[in-house]
Design a protein. Sequence first.
Length: 726
Amino acid sequence: MAALGWDTGRVFSVGPTIRTAENPHSRSKTEEKFRDFLREFRLNQEFIYRDQLRQNFLVGRHFVEVNLAHLAAYDDELANQLRDRPGEYLPLFESAAKTLVVQHQLTHESIEQLVDTQVMLLSNANPVPLRELDAAMVSKLVRLSGIVISASSATSKATVLHAMCKSCRHTVQLPVGSGFSQVQLPRTCSAPRQPEDGSSDCGLDPYVVSTERSQFVDQQTVKLQEVMGSVPIGELPRHCLMTADRELVNKISPGTSVTVTGICSIFQAGGKKNAGSSLRTPYIRITGMQLDLDKTGQFGRAFSPEEEEAMLKLSRTPDLYDIFSRSIAPGIWGGMDMKKAITCLLFGGSRKVLPDGMKLRGDVNVLLLGDPGTAKSQLLKFVEKVSPIGVYTSGKGSSAAGLTASVVRDPASREFYLEGGAMVLADGGVVCIDEFDKMREEDRVAIHEAMEQQTISIAKAGITTILNSRTSVLAAANPVFGRYNDMKTPAENIEFQSTILSRFDLIFIVRDVHNAQQDSQIAYHVLANHMNTSDVIHRAASGAVNAVTGELDMAQMRSYITFCKTRCAPRLSERAASKLSSHFVSVRAAVARQKQQTGATTSVIPITIRQLEAITRISESLAKMRLSTVATEADVEEAIRLFNKSTMEAVKTSAQSKETQVEVEACRSFICNRYAVGTRVREEAMREEVTRRFSSKAFDQTLAVLIQKETFAYRNRRLMLQRVGK
């Protein structure tokens, strides 16, 4: 059994069997096996690794990617030894690749002058969860999946240090291990001395590093966080440090979902030296990586033939749109238009890249603005769970850096590195922002670029880069006064600027309207949820109450969303595009006429070319839902209907607000002057008197405001009204 060499900083392990790579003869024999594998392995009558080495070397790339499944098929024992002791066998593998380059006369340089050839290991094994990494896996080859949350800039890591004595000019070469391993210079000079030469001692710490003679490679530090779906409820997501060197540097950026194959190693952290010499911090030395996100921002997943057949069968369901919408948060009564908009948000439109390089987003953004108690937060929570990639955050506890990205300083190396925020981690999915109105204005402005261009530009501390944030935004907010105040204009109720409102494809103003029949249905539905039974629903006075459970479960919905987003990218048909174009022109003309009639200078919710693109994206999402490559006129009609039910209703309210406010204010003054404090009057008598001068709608709005402000109160079973305040 070999001793544990913790202090050298290299990777060691203890095995019960005799090691085959300890003596020179076995090392050369193992290297020859690796060389034979690279030279002789064939797949479909092609020497894939020999050809790969030649092609990479001719373009100046010194690496070869090896699939461990191929090595196991060629020599199973050799593959098992590489998995168990990669720190010993991987250098032999790279030496074999370097020798093979020289043997095939790809270069005229000698093997000593040739740049090392890096061997990248790829595996098809099941990834190990970050939470299951333990001491038994140290020095073993592991496979991990997660999201990159930070990446440092590339640094130079010494592989061989050339040190020279300041007194006698004696030189030594010190090999340095990979990863975070360090090397310590000798405290005394090791030059051979004769007793008769009369030379004096060189003293303590005589060696200095000769940089020009040392050897260096590129190295980068990356932080990997476990996938949000695998985090237990109530716990924080865990992360792990990783190092990438040579050809693996600068291959991934924050927000990228990646699967890495690497060596589980340990190092002594700088701030933990006093904790004891036996304590070490784990990290992963990356030997190969596979990106889970392609250039279109979609996430890949392998579906079995049975699963694909089930997805195709589901896509052919005639009323799939209604079934899917009813399955969105079935515990919440009503709000079908909002649920249909959220369904379109989950599927999204088609991302396009124009010939000039301009990119048009395909993700749909939705804003829910309304009274408290209308289940906006519950909708956001459900979307976070049903989306394949979902991040939930609250506006009050979120800053601009937390939503986009931040530049932080590493306490150990004192270097700056990038750390992705919520919108970067949700790349390819949905980010749910609750309490959107509680955010500071400067923080809200920071996501303008992320919502439209779907990129985040960083220029801080010498780091200038652009991160991807290809995500849909589902935001929930309350009006300025807590509840929607009918005495105020929509511009006063909605404090958001038009710059942020124009980036939302659909804007729903959710009102808590007092209606006896609707309140009864909601009450029955809520009681059914609390009792966990459908008996209460069947006793409802109206048969319009929804079921407590949806027709599709969350796992089935999540799988179908993933399948559609990876297999389909619809486009508008010519007839649908013509219909949409004429509708947009008519909408702009109608908004202009409303401005002239009401005398308003501008609408709080603008209708721009972004709204035309919004209807296009919604039409594409409806086509994608049924796996159709073409969005038809029916899809455009449904998209227009959703747009009219959400954004256009808010615009119409804004256009009529000026004259309505004047009439309501005059009605309020008349009622307060007519009835003194303490006066009692029947509601019907008050209505008959007031409606002689004002409209019935103005009276209803005024009475609701007066009761809300406790100026009047109901008495005698809501038959009488009493003036109780000013």
